[in-house]
Ligand binder design. Structure first.
Ligand SMILES: Cc1ncc(COP(=O)(O)O)c(C=O)c1O
Length: 437
């Protein structure tokens, strides 16, 4: 073989070893118009936050974002707190990858798409503000958090602090450990809205005694949208020698932070919520120094390995779901986390301001931007939450969710980036007409 040819083949081998998804799998839809639009209205650019504040209220911009989704023109979906829809570029990426896998599954899944796992881990690490070596790609928040709950080495009598407003899947996991292993649960009672951050921290502090081994914190409470001061609670836990698990299912890619900001030893989230990634995608964070001592949920060759990948021994899974997370990250970045958060705050304020002075309508979420973002609950005199939810659905085709859980009562309303103010006008009219009937 000639030297020239050898060198050509050598280059080819290097190029083909680069672990990237092939270019024919890249999306056709492009996000360029967003950056063009952003730059073209840069007159009021807020230098501190690096984006144009006037975009927050620019309905033309948000209508164009809405057109990047395939939302129903009939049903107004204001239950984005349950799960988010995917922008069309994410749906298309998923479909492309899935079709490709079906051409020769073991080849395209395990030899081609699997090469995208490490670059994806790197991109998720940039988004989460962690090292890639601390992140595992899993299927949802339940899987991430239950991996931790069942993987921790706890003994009979060890104490764990949980709150009555933590998510049921995780509380069931803890109750199972209580039943099976004899760990002792200590319950924090939260009475929201109306508790300041200091009062919330005090409620946790009262339970964090020196015999506590783990404190479980839900960062953004799904029932009422309240943002809990995770870092302050985590600091207390660490001082007492306990570890912290943070449930970020509702806060990740919704409000701006990095995982280390929360003081989490372990963190789990779903990516099919606010990141708008395919259904069945999630993220587990384990602080580097804890990886070896945490057992994987599904066994891997070395349970004490320090490699975060031991939490990904799932067996055959959907590579299409996993790889299309990349398009969801692109979409998230194209809007920008700060602009997204401010728009969601604006939408919450838009509809709550319009109804809050009605004598029969009561907003039951703390509206302060540090204590809630898009999720907010509302009550109406004369209606149970389930009745109000039904009336919105049946009479106005507005989809929300009724919350009747512990001490939280209300209909939860959750707009998203594809919600425009005209959608919320429909909600405002509906609420007022029900209240005035
Ligand atoms: C606070 C919280 N944690 C965990 C979960 C579980 O998420 P998933 O069903 O995606 O596992 C949810 C789901 O709504 C949630 O609200």
């Amino acid at each position: 073989m000639s030297n020239q040819r050898r060198s050509f083949l050598g280059k080819l081998a290097v190029a083909s070893a680069i672990p990237l998804v092939p270019s024919f799998l890249k999306p056709e839809a492009n996000l360029d118009w967003i950056s063009t639009y952003k730059n073209s209205s840069a007159s009021t650019l807020a230098l501190a936050s690096g984006y144009d504040k006037s975009l927050v209220t620019d309905e033309t911009f948000w209508y164009r974002i809405k057109n990047m989704y395939s939302s129903s023109p009939g049903v107004l979906n204001l239950n984005n707190g349950g799960v988010s829809p995917q922008p069309i570029i994410v749906q298309e990426a998923f479909e492309r990858y899935n079709k490709l896998c079906n051409e020769a599954p073991s080849y395209y899944m395990w030899r081609i798409l699997d090469q995208g796992r490490e670059p994806l881990r790197q991109r998720l690490a940039e988004l989460a503000g962690t090292s890639a070596e601390e992140l595992a790609v899993v299927r949802n928040a339940s899987e991430a958090l239950e991996t931790v709950i069942f993987g921790l080495r706890l003994n009979r009598g060890d104490k764990v602090v949980v709150s009555k407003l933590d998510y049921p899947n995780m509380m069931n996991a803890w109750k199972q450990r209580e039943h099976r292993d004899g760990v002792v649960l200590k319950w924090v009672e939260l009475d929201l809205p109306g508790m300041s951050n200091d009062k919330i921290v005090d409620a946790y502090a009262a339970q964090i005694t020196p015999d506590v081994k783990v404190v479980h914190i839900t960062h953004l409470i799904n029932w009422n949208g309240h943002i809990v001061p995770s870092k302050q609670i985590a600091d207390l836990a660490h001082k007492a020698g306990a570890q912290t698990i943070v449930d970020g299912a509702h806060s990740f890619a919704h409000i701006q932070y990095t995982i280390p900001d929360l003081g989490a030893d372990y963190f789990g989230t779903s990516l099919h919520k606010w990141l708008c990634a395919p259904f069945g995608s999630g993220l587990l964070y384990v602080k580097k120094e804890h990886i070896s001592m945490l057992y994987p949920h599904l066994a891997s060759p070395d349970p004490e390995s320090t490699d975060i990948r031991k939490f990904e021994s799932l067996g055959t899974r959907s590579f299409a779901i996993e790889q299309a997370i990349g398009q969801a990250i692109d979409f998230h970045y194209s809007i920008g986390g700060q602009l997204k958060q401010e728009r969601l705050q604006y939408l919450k304020k838009y509809w709550t301001d319009a109804v809050k002075d009605h004598p029969k309508i009561h907003i039951n979420t703390d509206p302060h931007p540090d204590r809630s973002c898009a999720l907010c609950i509302v009550n109406m005199d004369g209606y149970k939450p389930s009745e109000l939810g039904e009336a919105l659905q049946n009479k106005f085709k507005i989809h929300t969710t009724a919350i009747e859980y512990e001490n939280v009562q209300g209909v939860r309303v959750t707009p998203h980036v594809y919600t425009v103010t005209a959608d919320l006008d429909r909600l405002i009219t509906a609420l007022k007409s029900l209240a005035d009937a």
